[in-house]
Write a protein that binds this ligand. Structure first.
Ligand code: PMP
Length: 443
């Protein structure tokens, strides 16, 4: 073994030598040393079900990814200043999944970098600076990406909203201003764009564009009402802006029915941002756009990323997309998502504290509420930690952190789905008995 198994020692070293704001999941953190498909194993070899991590899209430790990576590392790992067939093959594969207008790919190393680049593209194309974005969004950790991520800049300790940014409400039809009983809700949420553009103009900023996670994830696993983004994009384009779809969480088949989230919305963006799952764990981000936008950006300044688009990255990225196709993983996401959502709905009917079950494919949220409908943050935290006690890993999201997030690798199987729901059922029964009010030590 090349790693010490003493978890306490690792935790102490981490606390001493890593940044304090590098968060650790769970009251009792887990050390994971192996993965296989949607299964994880700790330092004792104990198994966990990974129902949370969207990065290992085609499963942890996929043999085809291992083989491709090993093969390419034996040959060459070089950059985009030299020709290599892996780079064009990867771009061809991505383009084959997108509408015809997407002709140009840029390869970078993370979702953050991809969004940062998308921002530059929008500005180069429009000559303007202002951006409109939904509240509670997350697009990355760099200065530019944080500036368009209300989830970060509006937190205590955050830098606050820049004057070139304007926020609109998330199109949350469970808790937002316009609810599911209102057939006009998509248009009403979209109409919030008009005052946002005016506010930017009032502060002397032209409109560079609009950026949103196609389905807001950190905002609470929200599925915007159908047609919302189409209506937003129409307004943004009418005002001269560019529409950016951050598909980092929603792309590549996770939604089952759709390869990209914007397809559900009847909308075609101008720029698509991909990250996380596209490298299955290897650092990789991609920006795809039209010829016209790429030409505006090709303004005399070289664009270069040392590692972005390396031969290794391109081999891995293409392999991930091939595996999704070859193993029918988009279809599996549709089937498993349908089963999961149907089973979770039985819990919604059974337990008062389950306010809403929503999702599409393997992008699923379960909102926990108090009897007055307010956000039940502590119940959510209790359940997340109890699921971990049962070795099932899920997450939590939302402005009040009261939405359980279930977002497994696309390899998950029917029996795993049954197990998640069965364990969740038993934990919700504990909650009904008042267990979540008791100190955790007394469990
Ligand atoms: N966009 C979205 C929607 C994300 O969820 C994330 C990461 N959570 C990012 C961008 C940033 O990606 P990265 O962490 O790879 O920089």
């Amino acid at each position: 073994r090349y790693y010490p198994t003493d978890k306490g020692e690792i935790l102490d070293k981490r606390r001493a030598h890593f940044g304090g704001n590098l968060s650790l999941t769970y009251t009792d953190p887990i050390m994971l040393v192996r993965g296989w498909k949607h299964h994880l194993f700790d330092e004792w070899g104990r198994p966990y079900l990974d129902a949370y991590n969207n990065v290992p899209h085609v499963g942890h430790a996929h043999p085809r990814i291992q083989a491709v990576a090993a093969d390419q590392l034996k040959r060459i790992n070089s950059n985009t200043r030299y020709l290599h067939p892996a780079q064009t093959a990867f771009a061809d594969k991505i383009r084959s999944k997108l509408p015809e207008t997407f002709q140009v790919c840029y390869f970078v190393n993370s979702g953050t970098e991809a969004n940062e680049l998308a921002l530059r593209l929008a500005r180069a194309h429009t000559g303007a600076k202002g951006m409109v974005t939904p509240d509670h969004g997350y697009h990355g950790n760099s200065t530019g990406a944080v500036a368009i991520s209300a989830y970060k800049f509006n937190k205590p300790g955050g830098v606050g909203k820049a004057d070139w940014v304007e926020l609109v409400d998330v199109a949350d039809d469970y808790r937002g201003a316009f609810r599911r009983d209102d057939p006009e809700r998509a248009q009403k949420f979209a109409d919030l764009i008009d005052p946002a553009i005016s506010a930017l103009k009032g502060r002397g900023h032209g409109l560079a564009g609009f950026i949103a996670e196609t389905f807001p994830s950190v905002g609470g696993q929200i599925i915007p009402p159908q047609g919302y983004l189409a209506a937003v994009y129409q307004k943004i384009r009418a005002a001269g802006g560019v529409c950016i779809a951050d598909e980092v969480q929603t792309g590549l088949g996770r939604l089952g029915e759709y390869y990209f989230g914007f397809e559900h919305q009847g909308a075609v963006p101008d720029i698509v941002v991909l990250g996380k799952p596209i490298g299955n764990g290897h650092p990789l981000g991609v920006v795809v756009t039209s010829k016209a936008i790429a030409e505006s950006f090709d303004n005399g300044i070289e664009f270069f990323s040392t590692f972005g688009g390396s031969t290794l990255s391109c081999r891995i990225g293409k392999a991930v997309l091939d595996i999704v196709d070859d193993e029918g993983l988009q279809d599996n996401a549709r089937l498993m998502g349908t089963q999961l959502i149907a089973e979770l709905q039985t819990l919604e009917a059974k337990y008062r504290c389950v306010g809403d079950v929503r999702g599409m494919g393997l992008f699923v949220g379960l909102e926990l509420i108090h009897s007055d409908g307010s956000e039940a943050t502590e119940i959510c935290s209790y359940i997340k930690n109890r699921m971990r006690d049962h070795r099932i890993l899920i997450g939590s999201e939302g402005p009040k952190d009261n939405i359980l997030k279930i977002r497994p690798p696309l390899t998950i199987e029917s029996a795993d789905v049954d197990m998640i729901v069965m364990v969740l059922d038993s934990i919700l029964a504990e909650v009904e008995m008042g267990a979540s009010d008791a100190p955790r030590d007394s469990l």
